[in-house]
Design a protein around this ligand. Structure first.
Ligand code: ASP
Length: 324
């Protein structure tokens, strides 16, 4: 039987209600696995944290990755809250130096609600992690029977059971009768980012109406800021005030421009006004392509942690974001 390592970090899947309060993390790795009954795999499970996923940090994720690697299992499942699950999955996709599948899962309904989805999601993630054809695909996400690539997945609904989407690419596969049915091959993985210097800050600043650029200027000059991600309007546009600030910042900080729309890429050469995508590129900003601002923040921080210079950052965003 395959050996699957399971690390639990908390989240709704581990939560149960406390009378007079609300649901809080209460279930550890042993209880979550124990609830699944007999399994066609050996499972080695450990609780590495028991927190809401908004409180997860890079240090915990690096510890989780290293624990997973040390088990030398056939697959690795990470269990956490769904709120930042897409960020963890993308982080592991960038930093997981192994062919062994790493599958992230969670739940939308805790154990005290009607039809909690945690047990089925965990069972699905174990199935994916144990499947030989999951190897070499980087980090995957399994929820609600769908198998998503970390590169595309995002939480697209705050509360619905079917909250995760890979639009417009679509899921990679589906779990059916405890087997994975693959719809698509995975593209070759870009090189793994192994740097561990995750100190400092990479803030995301959202552009919008009545935007003088003052917020960006304030945020970018705070101590410890190593780079900025702009969640720009439309295809990568900002106000002319913000464009002025970008032109001053790019000499000292990497500035990555993503679309705030939640779907579709940034462009490169369609618009020419001050604040347009082509004007920001001419200033020296890096376009995120299909990567949203959330994933861009993870990629930029991981590149900085690996010592990438400006050329390296531009090259990696073109490779991982533009897809051309
Ligand atoms: N609502 C969240 C969840 O789905 C809480 C969290 O992300 O920890 O798990």
């Amino acid at each position: 039987m395959p050996l699957i390592a399971v690390a639990t970090l908390g989240g709704t899947i581990s939560m149960a209600p406390v009378p007079g309060t609300g649901a809080v993390p209460r279930l550890g790795a042993a209880e979550l696995i124990g609830a699944l009954g007999d399994l066609p795999m050996d499972v080695l499970a450990e609780s590495l944290a028991g927190i809401g996923s908004a409180s997860l940090d890079f240090a915990t994720l690096l510890r989780c990755r290293d624990w997973g690697l040390r088990q030398e299992a056939d697959g690795f499942v990470v269990v956490q809250g769904t709120d930042t699950l897409e960020e963890t999955a993308y982080f592991l996709d960038l930093c997981w130096p192994s062919e062994i599948p790493v599958v992230v899962t969670g739940a939308m309904r805790h154990a005290g609600l009607l039809s909690p989805d945690g047990p089925a999601n965990l069972r699905g993630a174990l199935t994916v992690a144990a499947a030989p054809r999951s190897r070499g695909r980087g980090a995957l996400v399994t929820l609600n029977d769908d198998v998503h690539a970390a590169r595309w997945v995002r939480k697209g609904h705050s509360n619905h059971l079917d909250a995760f989407t890979s639009a417009p690419a679509g899921p990679l596969g589906m779990v059916v009768e405890h087997a994975v049915h693959w719809f698509h091959p995975s593209p070759p993985r870009p090189s793994v980012l192994t740097g561990e210097d995750f100190g400092g800050l990479v803030p995301v600043v959202e552009a919008g109406l009545d935007d003088s650029g003052a917020v960006l200027a304030h945020v970018a000059t705070q101590p410890g800021v190593r780079g900025i991600v702009l969640a720009a309007t439309g295809v990568g546009h900002v106000s002319s005030g913000t464009a002025d600030v970008v032109s001053r910042l790019v000499g000292s900080l990497p500035v990555v421009v993503a679309s705030r729309t939640g779907a579709g890429p940034t462009l490169r050469s369609t618009y020419g006004f001050h604040g347009s995508e082509s004007s920001l590129i001419a200033m020296g900003a890096t376009m995120a392509g299909w990567l949203d601002a959330r994933k861009s923040r993870i990629l930029l921080h991981a590149l900085l942690a690996s010592g990438a210079d400006r050329e390296g950052i531009e090259r990696e965003f073109r490779l991982r974001g533009d897809l051309d």
